[in-house]
Design a protein around this ligand. Structure first.
Ligand SMILES: Cc1ncc(COP(=O)(O)O)c(C=O)c1O
Length: 474
């Protein structure tokens, strides 16, 4: 590609991106496509001859865009709603241009050192312990896996060297709740702990882990000759955004000498706001903490941060240096030592662009606005006859349902599933669901930079309209 073609391609992409953000109403939030439809529109094999960027771009607009679920749409309210800051989009293009593989300091000193500095900035903004250090991973699932691998290493059972099979080892136990994100169970599978050794500690009536029952579970396991490996506390659970009592849990893990990992993938960002910093209270007694700037800090997928009390344990678990990767620089960080991956993307660049472009206060303003919008939405639900909020809503997610008087639980489940289907089928909004105490709940999550009150009002109008319609049909 010559210089002119590169310039034309970038200009075209820039114009398209500007138009995309200026006119979200041009898109259905969730596309009206059936499984297999996008694949069927693509050729079976790669072309032998190259085509122009123009031709590729035309197919991007024709096939990809209409087949995309638009996470950047202001009326995307599903899962944890997210969005890309323009500054980060620019940074991503620059990172692709530099295309460094930041595994050794010498393979990109700037990527390594910018990551170190960004981790210090973020640690300070979150008021973490000054000696904690952060590392960037792709996702909270991988960061969580890495933390649990470090916890396994910290047991001193020589699993790194000798493995887990063909030897006499106690069952290793990981303690979570029914509300913990599923990646912990996946990590237990991958680390040879086994799903049966993931213990679900009961919650209180606000979906928070009960520290007294955690203690009882650990003591019962110890009595049975098992070995507690880690406790995972969640700050901002996936279903309801409940916040486990980390300080009380930490008292148990300290006394029992068990690794405490805090999963603050979504809600960790809220701790940037002084009045929400309490959510991380007690994490100073934990061993590791994850938060996802790609969830609620306007950094596009992917960028997850793992903070560690003692990063040397992660290195002990993972560092392995073949001859061809030895380097003469002593004292420099080589990020390949911190996990499974060798080559790493230059992710710190987009975090740097976002933090500088908004400033911490700019980010806080958006988070406060999202929280206020969610609180207002919850007040509408609470005030409307026949509707109910199903769980506390401390942040920007509300779980609720339509439950007309006299309907059974089974009827309410079916009714709300139908309301959600119908609302999403309009293409004007996208919400998701969960189950709370076995009851079907619709979830509205606010996290997009461009979401306005009118977008939330629109969702509420559609929900009530579809509830009336579905109620009549039932
Ligand atoms: C609490 C929590 N932890 C972890 C994850 C996994 O995040 P990731 O997609 O970064 O692996 C999620 C995803 O929503 C989550 O809600």
């Amino acid at each position: 590609m010559d210089d002119d073609a590169l310039r034309e391609g970038l200009d075209r992409a820039a114009a398209w991106i500007r138009e995309y953000f200026a006119h979200p109403e041009a898109y259905r939030v969730m596309p009206a496509v059936a499984p297999g439809q996008i694949a069927a529109a693509l050729p079976d094999s790669a072309p032998e001859e190259g085509v122009s960027l123009d031709a590729i771009f035309a197919d991007f607009e024709r096939i990809v865009v209409p087949g995309t679920t638009h996470w950047n749409h202001p009326r995307f309210f599903a899962y944890f709603a997210t969005s890309s800051a323009p500054a980060a989009i620019v940074a991503e293009a620059l990172a692709a241009t530099l295309d460094v593989k930041a595994m050794l300091w010498r393979t990109s000193p700037a990527a390594t050192e910018l990551e170190e500095v960004m981790m210090r900035w973020l640690g300070r903004l979150l008021d973490l312990q000054p000696h904690w250090t952060g590392v960037i991973y792709d996702t909270a699932s991988i960061a969580g896996f890495t933390a649990l691998a470090a916890a396994r290493e910290a047991l001193g059972l020589q699993i790194r060297e000798r493995g887990m099979s063909g030897r006499d080892l106690p069952a290793l136990r990981i303690y979570i709740t029914s509300e913990t994100h599923s990646h912990v169970e996946k990590a237990a599978i991958a680390l040879g702990v086994g799903q049966e050794n993931v213990v679900r500690v009961p919650c209180d009536d606000a979906y928070r882990m009960r520290p007294d029952l955690l203690r009882a579970a650990i003591e019962a396991d110890e009595g049975a000759g098992m070995r507690p490996l880690a406790v995972v506390a969640t700050v901002g659970t996936t279903s309801t955004t409940s916040v486990d009592p980390v300080a009380e849990i930490a008292e148990v893990t300290r006394e029992k000498r068990v690794w405490l990992h805090v999963d603050a993938a979504y809600a960790g960002s809220a701790a940037l706001i002084p009045e929400f910093r309490w959510m991380l209270d007690g994490t100073e007694l934990a061993d590791s903490l994850v938060l996802n700037p790609h969830k609620w800090m306007f950094v596009p997928m992917d960028l997850s941060v793992l903070f560690l009390k003692d990063e040397s344990i992660v290195r002990r678990a993972f560092s392995l240096v073949p001859e061809y990767l030895t380097t003469p620089e002593s004292g420099a960080v080589n990020y390949m030592d911190y996990g499974l991956q060798l080559g790493r993307r230059f992710r710190a660049l987009k975090l740097w662009f976002v933090l500088r472009h908004f400033g911490a206060e700019g980010i806080r303003e958006h988070l406060r606005r999202h929280i206020a919008l969610a609180q207002e939405f919850a007040s509408w639900v609470e005030a409307e006859l026949g509707w109910e909020v199903l769980a506390p809503y401390p942040l920007s997610v509300v779980c609720f349902r339509y439950g007309p008087p006299g309907s059974s639980e089974a009827q309410r489940d079916a009714l709300n599933a139908e309301i959600l289907r119908a609302v999403n089928a309009t293409g004007e909004v996208f919400l998701s669901h969960t189950k709370i105490d076995g009851r079907y709940a619709i979830r509205l999550a606010i996290g997009n930079l461009r979401t306005q009150k009118s977008d939330v009002q629109h969702a509420w109008r559609l929900l009530r309209q579809e509830a009336l319609r579905a109620g009549k049909v039932q």
